[in-house]
Ligand binder design. Structure first.
Ligand code: CP
Ligand code: NVA
Length: 308
């Protein structure tokens, strides 16, 4: 029997809970909690891929909440080798109170969550990056107000884990999502259908003119950590670079977001990422605040007056 709640994907958590997590994140950013809700608790971080932001923001966030952290590299533990992933979840649950994993296939995340008796958080898979998109939405709302009425334009790789979480979010929050990508790298049809069924306006086009009047312009790297077809991606995605001309198509007050790490001169120019519309450093900072709120929700601590 699991103690607490998993945070596996935006589409798997109720919209009112996500709203509560965002409210708590804003509150935690304004002022630290009077109590240390994670005192006596330990978070395990498992990384099967590299990370700067996810690792540091989870480590620092857990410590700020009064808890302890153990960080494990996938290469150094027995994940899926000496034992099943579910068995690793069972064993870790005897030592720690919360687990975050960054891995390859989503099936590994799900197997870990099924085996673990403690909550599991998705710190990125090939398929999704929900903590990132929660931080992105927090950043949009800080700068521009409620996400529900906004138009978000994604320009770049259509088959991308961050984009997939944005499509999940469109289904939950109901904003307009315009995806501009090469036909060779389209978004996943089943995700689009689910978001559209939930009432979101999600469109797909190869034409950057679709950025017209967007409130938010977003992109990510052309080749994610799990992609091997790097050369083909470079060629096909070059016309989708976010430069000043693309930003001029959006609203004058539009913001630019990128989960980082950015490949300057590829998916985004220096002029845009260093320019006045860029909110990428706030976006990176907000990983810390929103993940503290996610951890509190998973364990049901520090959330008084916000959830349920
Ligand atoms: N955006 C993000 O998840 O960054 P890291 O890969 O550095 O964790
Ligand atoms: N799409 C990128 C995100 C990195 C945070 C990747 O998976 O490599």
């Amino acid at each position: 029997m699991k103690s607490g709640r998993d945070f596996l994907d935006i589409g798997k958590v109720d919209g009112s809970v996500l709203r509560g997590i965002l409210t708590l994140a804003h509150r935690l950013k304004r002022a630290p909690l009077a109590i240390q809700p994670m005192a006596g608790k330990t978070l395990a971080l498992i990384f099967e891929k590299p990370s700067t932001r996810t690792r540091v923001s989870f480590e620092v966030g857990m410590r700020q909440l009064g808890g302890a952290v153990t960080t494990l590299s996938g290469a150094e533990i027995q994940l899926g080798r000496g034992e099943t992933v579910a068995d690793t979840g069972r064993v870790l649950s005897r030592y720690v109170d919360l687990i975050m994993i960054r891995t390859f296939e989503e099936s590994k995340l799900l197997e870990l969550a099924a085996g673990a008796d403690v909550p599991v958080i998705n710190g990125l898979t090939n398929q999704s990056h929900p903590c990132q998109v929660m931080a992105d939405i927090m950043t949009v709302e800080e700068r521009l107000g409620a996400i529900e009425s906004k138009t978000v334009a994604w320009v770049g790789d259509g088959d991308n884990n961050v984009l997939n979480s944005w499509i999940h979010a469109a289904g939950v929050f109901g904003f307009t999502l315009r995806i501009v990508c090469p036909p060779e790298f389209p978004p996943r049809a089943e995700l689009l259908i689910a978001a559209q069924k939930a009432g979101a306006e999600v469109t797909v086009s190869a034409d950057v003119a679709e950025v017209a009047d967007a409130d938010v312009v977003l992109t990510d790297c052309w080749a994610s950590m799990h992609n091997s077809d790097v050369a083909a991606r470079q060629t096909l995605l070059t016309p989708y670079q976010v430069d000043a001309a693309v930003m001029r198509r959006a609203k004058p007050e539009a913001i630019f977001l990128h989960c980082l790490p950015a490949h300057r001169g590829e998916e985004v120019t220096d002029e845009v990422i260093d320019g006045p519309q860029s909110a990428v450093w706030d976006e990176a900072e907000n990983r810390l605040h929103v993940q503290k709120a996610i951890m509190c929700w998973c364990l049901g601590v520090g959330t008084e007056g916000v959830h349920e």
